[in-house]
Design a protein around this ligand. Structure first.
Ligand code: URP
Ligand code: ZN
Ligand code: ZN
Ligand code: ZN
Length: 472
């Protein structure tokens, strides 16, 4: 049935205006003042913003990691995402050396297809580049619409790839029109430092941070940026946490390199002291790269504001405190790395960013939705409210106040890293391709209704222009 959303204030990355939105066949069919509404389902959005649904470019749902599997899967994870205002997630499909890429992709399709309640897509991990892999990639791009490839520079002996692999991936991406993503930390030095700490009897969660200092993130970020420049390719650095890494990205961008950066809400509002919480509670805050000293937050906010960082990923990779995080009692290296952020990414950025005057309303939309859609080949179907776009729309009450808590969140995991944080602003209703997934704060979606989205190739021209704009 056709729907009309009346009286809302539409906010895109560039404009803010009051208009009605006509939704038909899952798409935005018309936008205008006083559109006729006879015979239509009318939704009154008076006093609310209409945002394009959030695009979360970084999730790990039901991912085997650290001797266990991340707690939230494509069911609980996408429901929580929808409650939080996110209508598209791009999840990381892990691969194994020597196994055809298509097998790994099939595994990820099986995890997701009957469960997702919002649209989703996959990035693909590259662990090594050999002839078989190079042969398979064009097919992966064509048939699966996977146009972004992830290389881990850390997690030695687990996910880590070497520099040769990263460089070859950058060369391949340039040829094929794909975007290379890196987890940038120097895994070799971290491996040495963690073993040394354990030898010295340093086993508490805080040593996770002390053995992965910001210098090692800055070093790896700089190394990846240099390689991207040398290969004249395109690079997206995930989960940037610190001044050292921001500076490397800014330097690369000032040289005209196609380098982009993402941070995550946790790094904007939490800090290293959370890892020193007593009774092993610090383990709830163990992920990589680790939380930093508070002073880094200001650098991240400024980088979002001035365009040195472009996107916000949740890096959702949740583990229960009881039964999963406690695998690392007595040995911080055995604490599964990751946390639950898929639900609160959107509101935390709105509340801490827009409400506190750090970014504008339009920058908020750009960071939470539009940039990711553009960088990852989803725009303009996703990432904006425009005629012809998918009707992925968040009806958002900017005045609502609430306190984030495990008691009220929708993730499966047994704690919330933002517990007790007061936020302003809340999604009231959320539409995915024109259908309500959340209606008046209740879940009304359906498992399996979320669609796997094949993405377009990396659009160098569109994103170069964007880089130039954000430099001014
Ligand atoms: O600790 C984290 N971030 N876990 C998920 C995997 C990754 O490195 O992004
Ligand atoms: Zn498939
Ligand atoms: Zn990572
Ligand atoms: Zn991640």
């Amino acid at each position: 049935m056709k729907k009309i959303i009346k009286n809302g204030t539409i906010v895109t990355a560039s404009d803010t205006y009051v208009a009605d939105v006509l939704v038909e066949d899952g798409k935005v069919a018309a936008i205008g003042r006083d559109l006729p509404s006879e015979g239509l389902e009318v939704i009154d959005a008076g006093g609310c913003y209409l945002f394009p649904g959030g695009v979360d470019p970084h999730t790990h749902l039901e991912m085997p990691f650290g001797g266990t599997v991340s707690r939230d899967d494509f069911e609980t994870g996408t429901i929580a995402a929808a409650f939080g205002g996110t209508t598209t997630v791009i999840d990381f499909c892990l691969t194994d050396k020597g196994v055809p890429l298509k097998n790994s992709i099939e595994t990820w399709h099986k995890k997701s297809e009957d469960k997702a309640v919002i649209d989703y897509s996959f990035h693909l991990m590259i662990g090594e580049i050999n002839e078989d892999v190079l042969q398979e990639i064009p097919q992966v791009i064509e048939e699966e619409g996977i146009t972004s490839f992830k290389v881990f520079m850390a997690y030695k002996n687990v996910l880590q790839a070497d520099d040769e692999t990263l460089y070859k991936t950058l060369v391949m991406a340039k040829e094929q029109g794909a975007l290379v993503m890196v987890h940038a930390e120097n895994g070799d030095v971290i491996d040495f430092l963690t073993k040394k700490a354990l030898d010295e009897g340093k086993t508490d969660p805080i040593y996770h941070a002390l053995t992965r200092p910001p210098e090692l993130e800055g070093e790896a970020t700089g190394r990846a940026c240099l390689m991207a420049g040398l290969a004249d390719s395109q690079l997206y650095v995930v989960h940037v946490t610190c001044r050292e890494a921001v500076e490397k990205i800014a330097e690369a961008r000032s040289k005209g390199y196609n380098v982009y950066g993402e941070t995550c809400p946790q790094y904007l509002v939490l800090d290293q002291s959370d890892m020193e919480r007593p009774d092993f509670e610090g383990a709830k805050y163990v992920w990589s790269p680790p939380l930093r000293e508070k002073q880094h937050q200001e650098h991240l906010w400024n980088a979002l504001k001035n365009g040195q960082l472009q996107a916000l990923g949740s890096d959702q990779c949740s583990f229960d405190f009881v039964g999963q995080k406690d695998l690392g009692k007595g040995d911080f290296t055995k604490i599964p790395n990751g946390g639950p952020f898929i639900e609160d990414r959107f509101t935390v950025l709105f509340s801490e960013g827009v409400k506190k005057g750090r970014i504008t309303l339009n920058q908020f939309v750009d960071i939470i939705s539009t940039r990711s859609a553009k960088l990852f080949g989803l725009f303009p179907e996703k990432g904006t409210i425009a005629v012809g776009s998918d009707a992925d729309i968040v009806i958002f009450d900017p005045a609502a106040e609430r306190t984030i808590s495990v008691q009220t969140h929708h993730m499966a995991v047994d704690y919330n890293a933002f517990e007790g944080m007061k936020v302003t602003g809340e999604p009231v209703s959320v539409l995915s391709r024109g259908e309500f997934v959340i209606k008046d704060k209740q879940f009304v979606g359906e498992l399996g209704k979320g669609k796997y989205v094949k993405r377009k190739r990396f659009n160098a021209a569109e994103n170069k222009q964007m880089a130039a704009l954000s430099k001014s």
